[in-house]
Design a protein around this ligand. Structure first.
Ligand code: ADP
Ligand code: MG
Length: 261
């Protein structure tokens, strides 16, 4: 079965809340960078988080991914079924997380297929690349992303855009219910960006909930059903058409001219 054929259990209702955040506060070295974030995410939604550098986008995704714990506030995950595949008692759904590529330091030798297979480690038990199930999944996802020819390449030899696609592969290979993508198209050329957005569309149609951060207003944010503007606080939240107005962008960025409108 292809990774794109994987069907999630049907949602209890199209409006079922998957994540409910209330008054999240977090910061570094006693300086808050997120102040009072309250956000509900419904199952199957596709949401873009838009904001300037340093506005807290990556921090917010890390909190949802469970990589960091908020100073205060609550984050509650709801599952649609009583039997869940989650391993923690926090009801976290199966999450695929793609970090911002520039935050990764590749000072060790590892191939593309190994990086992706590592995401399957828990499920397969043994070293993932010695396991047939894992090998098939990795080869499947590389094909979906048009990256099969890169399988044996060292990841540090790849361009930023290629590394991004490897990380997208790694985030989706274990068929997550929730995808958290930190700037999945930054630095990608037009063609790669369209490929990535097509893959996300396919996953979204299968019911995967997607949250991504972006700087690209016209190429990405304007094409998403829901956009959340963030700058330490949530400044706007709604449909791209309602949110991406000159007034809002002025408020968020302070400058409209610098944006690719
Ligand atoms: P964005 O992804 O929107 O650019 P971040 O969430 O990465 O924003 O960062 C928000 C703020 O927190 C920035 O001012 C950044 O410098 C700071 N910050 C992020 N990560 C760390 C860290 N590990 N240690 C200290 N400060 C950090
Ligand atoms: Mg960031």
């Amino acid at each position: 079965m292809s990774i794109m054929d994987h069907a999630l259990p049907p949602p209890a209702s199209t409006t079922a809340t998957m994540i409910s955040m209330r008054n999240i506060v977090y910061g570094y070295s006693h300086v808050p960078v997120l102040e009072g974030i309250s956000l509900d995410v419904r199952r199957g939604e596709k949401i873009g988080i838009l904001g300037p550098n340093g506005s807290g986008k990556s921090t917010l995704l890390k909190i949802i991914a469970g990589l960091i714990k908020p100073w205060s506030g609550s984050i509650v995950f709801s599952t649609t079924t009583t039997t869940t595949t989650t391993t923690t008692n926090s009801n976290r759904p199966v999450i695929g997380y793609m970090p911002q590529v520039e935050s990764i330091d590749w000072d060790f030798p590892i191939t593309v297929e190994e990086v992706i297979a590592l995401a399957l480690w828990k499920r397969s038990g043994a070293m993932p690349w010695s396991n047939r199930y894992a090998r098939e999944k990795v080869s499947d996802v590389l094909e979906v992303l048009g990256m099969s020819r890169y399988a044996k390449r060292q990841i540090r030899e790849l361009s930023g855009g290629e590394q991004q696609r490897v990380f997208l592969a790694r985030a989706i290979v274990h068929e997550p219910e929730l995808l958290l993508l930190d700037e999945p198209t930054s630095g990608a050329d037009h063609h790669t960006r369209e490929d990535i957005l097509n893959v996300l569309d396919g996953l979204s149609k299968r019911g995967v909930t997607i949250m991504l951060t972006t700087h690209d207003i016209s190429g990405v944010a304007s094409r998403l059903p829901r956009v959340v503007c963030l700058n330490r606080r949530i400044l706007a939240d709604g449909s791209a058409k309602d949110i991406l107005t000159q007034d809002n962008l002025l408020r968020i960025y302070g400058l409209v001219d610098s944006m690719r409108l």
